[in-house]
Write a protein that binds this ligand. Sequence first.
Ligand code: NDP
Ligand code: MG
Length: 412
Amino acid sequence: MKAISVLGSTGSIGTQTLQIAEEFPEQFKIVALTAGKNLDLVIKQIETHQPEVVSLADDSLLPELSRRINNLNEDSKIFKKPLLMAGAEGLNTAAAWGSADLVVTGIVGCAGLLPTLAAIEAGKDLALANKETLIAAGPVVIPALKKSGSRLLPADSEHSAIFQCLQGTPWADNARLSTGVPTPGFKSIQLTASGGAFRDWKAEDLVKATVEDATSHPNWSMGKKITVDSATLMNKGLEVIEAHYLFGLSYDQIEIIIHPQSIIHSMVELDDSSVLAQLGWPDMKLPILYCLSWPSRLKTSWPRLKLTEIGNLTFKEPDTKKYPCMELAYSAGKLGGTMPAVLNAANEKAVELFLEERFKFIDIPKVIEAICEKHKCDLNLNPSLSEILEIDNWAREEVLDYSEKKITKMQF
Ligand code: NDP
Ligand code: MG
């Protein structure tokens, strides 16, 4: 029985993790949950999973949570009241929770950084969904992993595909995972991308892209932020940096390839020219389950892949002019140090403002490029955690400034 702490239990990754735990009650038990604001859902999750600790982002919701849990207790719907916490302290406590063997990081954005570090310091293995943490703070996260011996198992479907391809091969050395040490025998990896919401749009039409357009993903059902990241292809750019840290690859060894059917989840090309791929329906439950069950595999009753039903698998080069975010991510990754943190924070803030309809879709890459350019003269190649947090804050303020200036310009 593996005990699991789920950070971001009310989101897309979090709810799918809990579904897996319900499906495999003999294998997994949930000991810690953290959520943002979705009180109704977290109450249901507490009733179903009976965790030992629950934390909310904001302490203003704690009295209401406590009252509703007392009601459940009186109705004998929960056996033991969980410890209730909130804010950064609660998040870090749940991440480092004593009885947890594995922490699923399903929080969105850089808000996941401190709890991820708390889990690593406590020696927990992690199922990494929250890629923004690794991108912003690779220079801090990788040494912390080496020190604690925690393993970062990739929950992102592409990185899970590569991880799965490597199992059982002479190149597999799971101890090397996310230590920054290059994997020998790798020629390159190919990360597949569906092409996102605008894959069939002409570049000149993107000026008209609305929030509704950008949050309708053709293949995957995910949270809003990552769906917009898929539409700009920044998600793939972030995944390039994620792969660099996870597998110790240089940026020249990481390619992006458009594969509209999202059946091949990524590929590894080895030195002898052999290519290994992992296939499956576009469903995050499989890569999450693999993190939870690794190194074993569990038997599921999930729909089997039927290639004859799909018929064709197609591939093409990504259009870098239509999707400038990919190149921005490669450049930031190659520069290293604080630059990926700036790229990530600028992107998070720009997407947030776009979702609030205060920013145009086509302005997202423009603002990120401008802010990364501005940061070049202050680039810090070996940042500490506090320097990363400071630069993250700076980049967000810059996006806000940019959007306010744009609005003023539009008004006059
Ligand atoms: P969602 O938006 O669906 O869920 C985010 C979760 O984080 C929710 O539980 C939310 O709580 C919580 N949360 C949000 N902000 C905060 C905060 N400041 N403090 C504490 N908790 C917070 O996101 P996804 O599940 O789609 O994505 C999660 C991560 O996984 C992202 O980093 C994404 O890139 C990555 N990922 C997601 C995939 C997917 O299929 N969804 C695929 C691959 C990677 P609440 O809702 O209660 O407010
Ligand atoms: Mg992915």
